[in-house]
Design a protein around this ligand. Structure first.
Ligand code: 6LW
Length: 502
């Protein structure tokens, strides 16, 4: 199958079939719009169609720490409606969204009560009883954060109230963090599939079977039925899967990372979505090992800014549902970002809600560029961001082009005189061999920050990409690259993203 199925930071995938169509949803954490949705007619090639969370109030991510917010949706179709259950971690908590069409509009989100935990799945039996199965977690008290295993309640989906106390179901083979449960009725049996081992290198998928949605469940003798742990597979952290039946067989959609460099220790793009096939032997799934797809064509996306034309579905802001600071009608053909009134000396991209519009880095080799006009008083540019404490920036203003590497307490800058007029700024990423580091390159990639094109291109700084990975930032998210304003008004005439899979 095509892998990655969805490139760049798209973790916790969930999939559903409706007629001849397939729909896929992913986590979005502190980013807005939330819960990206994709459509496919073959469960292999996915096209973005929108988001569940498009309005203020549906989630409460305004102040969540990085990696908090929207976790692990489950997408299902029942009674003529699309259903999404999801956790808005450290925000609104466990939520149910519904929509008649996957493209939306989606409901405001009903808060579930009596099912404390994360990764809520939703399933119905033949009588229409609704089961919410989740990874139980102490959300308060002295034991806050303690995992309680996979639990379940029957749920009244009109009120969001659990109809019983949580019951423990089955918690895997004893690996850490049993989570991401999905419950299915398949050919008369009930299956409970979970992730265990933690979302890092030990990640795996395990499955159990029972006669009813409430169990009892018996684990598959071959558990974990899928994992890349302790292998040198180019995709690591494989786990957190969801199943779908196609006309030609079964597909598992799951998350994984692509850690680069010789040590395979650092993953620039965080957790992405992958897919593989499976068959059934004696009532248990046998999952086929997937490989990265070779020779995929490069991608170029050039965004131009015209009044009245929506930016593409890929554009994200940080913890910000409304973006009055981003306007397309101030100057024809230019996007204008208006900076916040920041404290003197503050670093713009350190803000909880930076004036930033970005898109996911989706390829190992990538280049982002934009033509930036700061006028006489503005300051702004491009940033590749993990979170407010981990970002590399290149900005122009006040007569200088300034590159910045911001890593927790480290704030290193390099400044060179700026050319007159609008400046083309760029950020590139390349794997160690392409960067001239040879096979012994320990890093995953090199990030270069500069300005100008062709013979006039000037590299202002080059930085080891290791410090901007899900592994070093201990983050659930991935790299997001885009445009920001640091002072005054900053105008962008285009933004180009180029990506190569090699
Ligand atoms: C998610 C959990 C996990 O809720 O990470 O990989 C958490 N698994 O299932 C956030 O993505």
């Amino acid at each position: 199958m095509l892998n990655p199925a969805v490139c760049g930071f798209h973790p916790d995938p969930s999939v559903v079939r409706v007629g001849d169509d397939y729909y896929l949803a992913c986590s979005s954490f502190e980013y807005f719009p939330g819960i990206p949705l994709f459509h496919s007619t073959d469960a292999e090639h996915w096209t973005p169609i929108g988001h569940v969370v498009t309005r203020p109030g549906q989630i409460a991510v305004e102040h969540v720490p990085t990696g908090g917010g929207v976790w692990a949706p489950t997408i299902r179709h029942h009674d003529g409606l699309f259903w999404i259950t999801v956790t808005d971690a450290m925000g609104r908590g466990a939520l149910i969204f519904t929509a008649e069409r996957a493209e939306g509009p989606w409901s405001d989100g009903l808060a579930m009560q009596g099912a404390p935990g994360i990764d809520h799945d939703i399933a119905w039996d033949a009588d229409g009883a609704c089961y919410v199965t989740f990874s139980g977690l102490n959300l308060e008290g002295e034991d806050i954060g303690r995992h309680l295993g996979i639990q379940q309640v029957r749920m009244d989906t009109t009120t969001g109230l659990a109809l019983e106390e949580p019951r423990s179901l089955w918690s895997g083979t004893g690996l850490k963090f049993p989570e991401a449960p999905h419950l299915y009725e398949i050919d008369g049996a009930w299956y409970l599939m979970i992730a265990e081992g933690g979302t890092e290198r030990g990640h795996s998928i395990s499955i159990a079977r029972g006669d009813s949605p409430t169990g009892p469940f018996e684990g598959c003798p071959a558990n974990p039925v899928y994992s890349h742990r302790s292998t040198n597979h180019p995709v690591q952290n494989a786990g957190h899967g969801d199943l779908v039946r196609t006309d030609t067989g079964w597909v598992v959609i799951l998350l994984g990372t692509r850690p680069g460099g010789m040590t395979q220790a650092f993953a620039p793009m965080g957790r992405e979505t992958f897919a593989t096939t499976l068959s059934w032997v004696d009532g248990w799934p046998v999952v086929d090992r997937f490989e990265l797809t070779a020779d995929r064509p490069p991608v170029t996306v050039r965004t131009t800014f015209d009044a009245g034309v929506d930016l593409g579905l890929e554009w994200l802001s940080v913890r910000d549902a409304d973006r009055p600071w981003a306007t397309l009608d101030a100057r024809p053909g230019w996007l204008r970002l208006h900076a916040a009134d920041a404290d003197a000396g503050a670093v713009a991209m350190d803000a909880e809600r930076p004036r930033f519009l970005g898109r996911r880095q989706q390829h190992v080799t990538s280049r982002c560029a934009a033509l930036v006009d700061t006028g006489t008083t503005g300051v702004g540019g491009l940033s590749v961001r993990y979170d407010e404490a981990h970002h590399y920036d290149i900005e122009v203003g006040g007569g200088v082009v300034l590159a910045r590497v911001r890593l927790d307490q480290v704030d290193q800058t390099w400044a060179v005189p700026a050319p007159d007029g609008p400046v083309e700024l760029w950020i590139t990423t390349e794997p160690p061999v392409a960067a001239g580091l040879g096979l012994a390159g320990m890093t995953c990639d090199v990030v270069r920050l500069g300005y100008g094109t062709g013979d006039d291109a000037v590299e202002v700084a080059a930085m080891d990409g290791r410090y901007l990975t899900s592994d070093t930032t201990a983050s659930f998210t991935g790299r997001v690259t885009g445009m920001y304003a640091a002072a005054g008004d900053v105008a962008f005439e285009h933004f180009t993203y180029e990506g190569h899979h090699g």
